[in-house]
Design a protein around this ligand. Structure first.
Ligand code: HEC
Ligand code: HEC
Length: 165
């Protein structure tokens, strides 16, 4: 079902496919009247953006161990993997890049299971840190409580300059 999600969906570098696939599982397992599935997925996406990938959790079964780590910055495959490739002096078709993305997928599944297990026990609490003060500031004018003309919760300054400065 999710083979097409590789490379940020059909190699377009959009949403990291591991988030898309885990999102489907979260929807299956945690959809309720409180919109828990959406809250958990929001949290997973923010956690992903803040995570320094790849973690070392899977090194025992990985070909490449102790790989260079780089914060994903956004849930976009493009940002996550390009930032890592430049930091690690690697390239998309390199085997170590495949190892890195396999670990990203495994870590995203792991955190999804942590979240869903907590949800099943009625103990779920958000994992990710809050939005940065900069993004909060952008959303105070562009977000749903104001002009409501910019969709999203990604780190605005990763793509835009701050025109208020
Ligand atoms: C004090 C309110 C305020 C804050 C804070 C603010 N904006 Fe804006 N922004 C505006 C207004 C007003 C416009 C003009 C909108 C229009 O043209 O209708 C604008 C325009 C823009 C535009 C389109 C025009 C351009 O200048 O390119 C972008 C992109 C944008 N803002 C991004 C951001 C980002 C990113 C942040 C946070 C770093 C931010 N804004 C913070 C009020 C704000
Ligand atoms: C991954 C990159 C990226 C991120 C992150 C991002 N934006 Fe954008 N944003 C864009 C691009 C690209 C456009 C389209 C610009 C264009 O049409 O010239 C855009 C358009 C906009 C516009 C309309 C500007 C116009 O002139 O039409 C606003 C307002 C805006 N973004 C605000 C935000 C805010 C606020 C955030 C953070 C919550 C944010 N953006 C996060 C890339 C991004």
């Amino acid at each position: 079902m999710f083979h097409h999600a590789a490379g940020g969906y059909a190699l377009q570098g959009t949403l990291c496919g591991s988030i898309g696939a885990c999102g489907a599982i979260i929807n299956l397992a945690a959809m309720d009247k409180e919109n828990s599935h959406t809250k958990i997925l929001t949290d997973l996406i923010s956690w992903y953006s803040q995570c320094s990938f790849p973690t070392q959790r899977f090194d025992a079964i990985a070909t490449y161990k102790n790989q260079v780590q780089k914060v994903a910055v956004s849930p976009l495959c493009h940002t996550s993997v390009s930032g890592w490739m430049v930091a690690a002096n690697s390239s998309y078709h390199a085997k170590e890049r495949k190892d890195r993305c396999a670990k990203v997928a495994a870590e995203t599944v792991y955190q999804t299971m942590v979240m869903l297990n907590a949800y099943a026990e009625g103990k779920y609490k958000p994992l990710a840190a809050k939005l940065s003060p900069e993004t909060e500031s952008c959303l105070s004018c562009h977000g749903p409580k104001a002009a409501d003309n910019a969709k999203g919760q990604m780190d605005c300054l990763s793509c835009h300059d701050d025109h208020t400065k």
